[in-house]
Design a binder for this molecule. Structure first.
Ligand code: G6P
Length: 614
């Protein structure tokens, strides 16, 4: 949510900043802007509503020289997306420019104080208040930029990742974070700032992860100087990032989303690599094994997450309860964190998050930790805030996910949860050795089955063109495939803007059946399951009301095939593994419906990839 990038070094900053913004555009694309200090130390700010390409057009013919600069791509919170509200924001004298990701919650109080001191404001943003406050404090106490930022942030309530530069101060870039992600890239004679590593990896793989309430001074010819807000000096080792450029480029696909859908067999391989021994048919999940006592003693497991990750969590409940016989509760993080949930010492909380930065999930995790829960994280982004705040965990290793609609993150999250449930169940002896081996054997074959589903790509594309007319869609599933129905509906909503509802199939007759007519496409996710026969009856009910049926079934299905208008046949597998297969046709269906409707699937309206504000 909002992307920030910064540079100080020996190269021209503008091309690095623009390229960085394009890499971060998945985080927000309401407006973009850049601030540069040229060779005379003059500070220029250029900003423009809309995408980064609009900013580039706006900058044509302007002075874009300078080896220090900051830039921002915005997902609007305070104030509509327009040129004025775009970042960077100037201070009153236009001597300081600042970019910000997050929300300053007490900005109105600070604004009133500043107005009394004669400050006036151009934008409706909380960010402008912050930059004005820094200028005020700097002047009033005669401080350096670094010290003024620290002092100002002491009375700021809220979340922020900021970058700040100052006219006539061309050798210093100051940055700080609390609750919003920020990474410092350390090169030879140059430094980079990024909301994530994607704008940095082309230049250096050495990074510093700042902690909350830390401020960094990046000064030419010096090592980074890091202080806490309370002026305590902090030393951080640099870490190595493993990303490659190939990981974050489209690689010949028209969209990141399609690339990421097709990457799923590779990302599952990465996810299982070193954990699933294909010869011995065994799983070794050290995060779980090292803390197996916690799992053995746990009376309850809580799972919290948002969006697609919450859907993976729902599947986690089915898995853990079936194989480990430990009660599991799953709740969206935004509800969990505010309702004073019962958490007892000894409970285990599993936060699930692709980005590891989702504000609500992070807050839910902090709350559970305070109340004594053991935190076991399932995250994709290495070094992210959630990953760093856990007691233990398992990375999903899906690789960078850039399309806003989550795809490979989901299947890797489910794979981690499968491996966890199998490991814990085996240790607890709630899962027989024979069944364990059978499922593990199936898991070793899952990638070839995913590849087989990709051969249906053309068929799914053709089917999608039939349904671009639809204004509503219904998705039905049961058991392990009920969360898949929710996920299929979410995918369609997110990128095609067609209203879609996911339902447990048998609940249909308690309301949604009233919506079914000859216009209504109903996607029924029903591979061979223990409840298959029940779903057959549901399909008959839809058919009787002339609904259009798209069925996801197991190869060789007879009953549903007879009734469905379209049938996608997936390879047979263990019931608990079916979500890894059934979700793929749903991802492709939503992708093709959206592209045929001319939607921007990688950057759908109003959405952001990483929701770092409440
Ligand atoms: C946003 C994204 C979703 C994602 C959700 C949770 O809404 O658009 O794709 O599922 O956040 O994100 P997380 O990074 O915590 O998994």
């Amino acid at each position: 949510m909002c992307g920030i990038v910064g540079y100080i070094g020996y190269r021209e900053a503008y091309p690095i900043l623009i390229k960085g913004l394009k890499r971060l555009e998945y985080r927000g694309y309401d407006s973009a802007g850049v601030a540069l200090l040229n060779k005379d130390s003059n500070l220029s700010v250029y900003k423009s509503k809309g995408k980064v390409k609009n900013l580039e057009q706006y900058c044509e013919g302007k002075d874009i020289s300078g080896t220090i600069g900051i830039a921002h791509t915005r997902w609007a919170t305070h104030g509509e997306p327009n040129d004025v509200n775009a970042h960077p924001h100037y201070s009153q004298t236009e001597n300081i420019a600042l970019i910000h990701n997050g929300i300053i919650e007490n900005y109105l109080t600070i604004k009133k104080l500043l107005i009394k001191e004669g400050y006036s404001f151009k934008s409706e943003t909380d960010t402008e208040v912050l930059v004005q406050a820094i200028e005020y404090i700097k002047k009033r106490y005669n401080l350096s930029l670094f010290d003024a930022v620290k002092r100002t942030l002491r009375f700021v309530i809220g979340a922020y990742a900021i970058g700040v530069i100052e006219r006539n101060n061309p050798d210093v870039l100051v940055a700080a974070r609390k609750g919003s992600p920020l990474i410092v890239g350390v090169g030879e004679g140059e430094f980079f700032l990024g909301s994530d590593a994607t704008p940095i990896i082309e230049y250096t793989s050495e990074v510093i992860y700042l902690n909350d309430e830390e401020v960094v001074k990046l000064e030419r010819g010096h090592q980074p100087l890091i202080h806490t807000l309370k002026d305590i000096d902090v030393q951080h080792e640099t870490s190595k990032i493993m990303l490659t450029l190939e990981d974050i480029e489209k690689g010949g696909y028209p969209h990141f989303m399609l690339k990421e859908i097709f990457e799923q067999s590779k990302s599952l391989t990465m996810c299982m690599n070193g954990r699933l021994n294909t010869e011995l048919k065994e799983i070794k999940l050290s995060g779980v094994i090292n803390h197996i006592d916690k799992f053995k003693k746990a009376k309850r497991i809580l799972i919290t997450a948002c969006g697609t990750s919450w859907h993976a969590g729902l599947i986690g409940k089915y898995l853990i309860e079936e194989f480990c016989r430990i009660p599991v509760e799953v709740e969206v993080a935004s509800e969990f964190r505010y309702r004073n949930p019962v958490i007892n010492p000894g409970d285990i909380l599993i936060p699930i998050s692709q980005s590891g930065e989702t504000a609500d999930t992070l807050a839910a995790m902090d709350l559970a930790r305070e109340k004594g829960a053991f935190i076991y994280g399932v995250c994709n982004v290495v070094g992210s805030s959630i990953a760093r705040g856990t007691d233990s965990g398992t990375y999903t290793h899906a690789g960078p996910e850039i399309g806003v609609a989550s795809t490979k993150a989901f299947t890797t999250q489910v794979t981690v949860l499968i491996m966890m449930a199998l490991t814990i169940g085996r240790e607890l002896k709630t899962l027989s050795e024979q069944r364990y081996k059978k499922i593990v054997t199936e898991l070793t074959n899952i990638n070839s089955k995913i590849e087989e589903i990709f051969t249906l790509n053309q068929e799914i594309e053709t089917m999608a063109s039939v349904f671009t007319y639809a204004r509503n869609f219904m998705y039905l599933g049961r058991g392990y495939n009920y969360p898949v129905a929710l996920e299929g509906a979410l995918k369609l909503k997110e990128i095609s803007y067609i209203h879609a509802e996911g339902y447990p199939a048998a609940e249909m007759k308690h309301g949604p059946i009233a919506l079914i007519d000859e216009e209504m496409p109903v996607v029924v996710v029903t591979p061979k399951l223990r409840t298959y026969d029940k779903v057959v009856s549901n399909v008959q009910e839809i058919k009787a009301r002339k609904g259009k049926i798209i069925a996801i079934v197991t190869k060789g299905d007879v009953d549903i095939k007879k009734m469905a208008d379209f049938c996608i046949e997936i390879p047979d597998t263990e019931e608990c593994l079916t979500p890894l297969l059934t979700v793929i046709p749903l991802q492709l269906l939503s992708y093709y419906v959206a592209t045929k409707k001319g939607r921007n699937v990688d950057q759908p309206r109003n959405l952001a990839k990483s929701v770092t504000v409440e």
